[in-house]
Structures are given as structure tokens and as C-alpha cells.
Design a protein around this ligand. Structure first.
Ligand SMILES: NC(=O)c1ccc[n+]([C@@H]2O[C@H](COP(=O)([O-])OP(=O)(O)OC[C@H]3O[C@@H](n4cnc5c(N)ncnc54)[C@H](O)[C@@H]3O)[C@@H](O)[C@H]2O)c1
Length: 277
């Protein structure tokens, strides 16, 4: 077996890969890396300028990309995004559901007790993380069922395994994303196709816009007590670099992973397995 065999096992070349939240930090980075490896990427984001910015970066780097503006909470808009993708590229091979995040006003703190947390705010974070994945899995999953092939990667989080303090809505939503990934993997195989795979990743701590206010002190870059607590609980004693998610994404999308189904891969420097002692 030579290099060619290994390369074909892991190749994403010419795969059409749609990423929701593609204008964001993690999925924007994934989109650029996948395009560099020869994939055609569809950058779907609620904020049109962010989708365009990532797509333009990819094109400037010699890759192929399409920017699509869509609110992934709204089925019509996701259906339109799928149609735009098919009009432009003629097919979709994979979907990465990255739209999501936490919000400060759904985070308990000395100023906002759990008892005063507005249910609507809680549910808006739950929907941002869970409903976006649900709606996109319905729309793109239906297309994949008709094509008898495809791959879906949902983005959960380590708090899907064990809830983190202060962020009840985000924890509940990511836990639901993991559970739903497992349910859908079984359902889609039983009812539609053995050639469609559904998996999730559970990233640990990477400092990005959604958690910077929790982990670092504004203006100083110093870690907050929560930031220090995360480092203490992480055996590798550091935060992750977003690029450290990429090899798992490539592996899950790879043709050689055709039997990897229903999994949630944790990428957290050991945070989830450390007992603290
Ligand atoms: N940053 C971390 O440490 C971390 C850890 C675990 C999981 N995650 C998850 O990874 C994913 C990406 O996180 P990120 O840090 O890059 O966040 P980000 O805020 O940089 O990116 C999220 C993107 O989603 C888009 N978006 C929001 N609502 C949308 C909607 N309704 N429809 C379409 N797009 C929408 C935003 O415009 C943004 O571009 C999220 O699901 C997040 O929960 C992040």
C-alpha cells in the first residue's frame, strides 16, 4: 500500500461540503482548510458579510467557495440555501452544522440568578444550538436520503457529556445535539440508507468570541477564575488551538471512514476524562 492509497482514504477533494456558521471562527477555519485540500465549500451564515468574507478568503487562496446567507432556524431559508448550493455545484456530499454559541444573557452570574433567567432567553440559546442542527439535518438529510449518500457532522461540546456551571441553556442544547446525532444515525440507517453517516464532534475549550468574556478579563487578556479552573481541569494545561479540530473533521469526512457512524469525538486535551484527582 503506497501513499496514494492513504491519500485516497483521507481525501476530501471535489467533495461539496456545506458549513453552517461558516462565517464564524471555527467553521470559517474549517471551510478554508477543506478548500485548501480541494473541497468545494458552501459557507452558510446568518450574517451575509461574514459568509462573503470567508468565501472571498478561500477564493483568494485559490479555492472554490460559495457564500450563502441563511438563518438556519428557518426551514424555508435552509431549503433555499440547499437549492443555491445545487444550482452552483450540482450536488452536496457533506454538511457541517456549526451555527451555534452561547449568549451572555443566558449565563447565570452574581447579577443574573438562575431563578431570574428569562425562559425566552434560555430557549433562544437552546434553539440557536439545537434547532439550527435539527432544521439543517431535515433539509440536507432529505436530499441525502434521495441521493442515497452523504455525511453530516454536528458540533456538540464537552458540556454535552457533563454540564458546565453557569451556562444551562448551552449545556442542555449541546447535550441534545449529541443525543439527536445518535438518534438520527440509527433512524437514517434504518429507514433511508446505509450510505449516510451522522457524527458529532465535542470540542473542549478554544478561546473564541462566544466564550472570551467568560475565560478572560476584558482588556487585559488575563484569565478569569473560570479560565484558570478550565486549565486546572485540563491535563494538557492549555486551551486548544482551533486548528487542532481539523484532523478530526477531515477524518470524519474521509471516504475511508465509511463505517464511522453515530459517534461523538471529544477533542479537549483530556478535560472530560480527568477526575480532578
Ligand atoms: N469556541 C469554542 O470553544 C467552542 C467549543 C465547543 C463548541 N463550539 C461550537 O462550535 C460552533 C462554532 O463556534 P465558534 O466559536 O466558531 O462561534 P462563532 O460565533 O465564531 O461562529 C458561529 C457562527 O454562526 C452564525 N450563526 C448564528 N446564528 C445563526 C443562524 N441562526 N443561522 C446561521 N448562522 C448562524 C454566526 O453568525 C457565526 O458566524 C458553535 O456551534 C459552538 O457552539 C465552540
Amino acid at each position: 500500500m503506497g501513499n496514494e492509497y492513504v491519500e485516497s482514504m483521507f481525501s476530501v477533494k471535489d467533495q461539496v461540503i456545506a458549513l453552517t456558521g461558516g462565517g464564524g471562527i471555527l467553521c470559517g477555519m474549517m471551510a478554508r482548510a477543506l478548500a485548501k485540500a480541494g473541497a468545494k465549500v458552501v459557507v452558510i451564515d446568518f450574517v451575509p458579510e461574514q459568509a462573503v468574507k470567508v468565501a472571498e478568503q478561500i477564493k483568494a487562496e485559490g479555492g472554490s467557495a460559495l457564500a450563502v446567507a441563511a438563518d438556519c432556524l428557518v426551514k424555508d431559508q435552509v431549503e433555499r440555501a440547499l437549492q443555491q448550493t445545487l444550482d452552483y455545484y450540482g450536488k452536496v456530499d457533506a454538511l457541517i452544522n456549526g451555527a451555534g454559541g452561547n449568549r451572555k444573557n443566558a449565563t447565570t452570574s452574581p447579577d443574573l440568578s438562575f431563578f431570574d433567567l428569562p425562559a425566552d432567553t434560555f430557549m433562544s440559546v437552546f434553539e440557536l444550538n439545537f434547532k439550527t442542527a435539527l432544521v439543517c439535518c431535515q433539509v440536507f438529510g432529505k436530499y441525502m436520503a434521495e441521493q442515497n449518500k452523504g455525511s453530516i457532522i454536528n458540533i456538540a461540546s464537552i458540556n454535552a457529556l457533563k454540564p458546565l456551571t453557569n451556562i444551562p441553556a448551552y449545556s442542555a442544547a449541546k447535550s441534545a445535539v449529541k443525543n439527536f446525532t445518535e438518534w438520527l444515525a440509527v433512524h437514517i440507517s434504518h429507514n433511508y440508507s446505509p450510505y449516510i453517516r451522522v457524527n458529532a464532534i465535542a470540542p473542549g475549550f478554544y478561546i473564541t468570541e462566544q466564550n472570551r468574556y467568560l475565560l478572560t478579563v476584558e482588556g487585559t487578556g488575563e484569565y478569569t477564575p473560570r479560565g484558570h479552573a478550565v486549565l486546572k481541569q485540563t491535563p494538557m494545561h492549555r486551551f486548544g488551538e482551533p486548528e487542532e479540530l481539523l484532523s478530526t473533521i477531515f477524518w470524519l469526512l474521509a471516504p475511508g471512514s465509511s463505517f464511522v457512524h453515530g459517534t461523538t469525538t471529544v477533542i479537549d486535551g483530556g478535560f472530560a476524562v480527568f477526575s480532578g484527582v
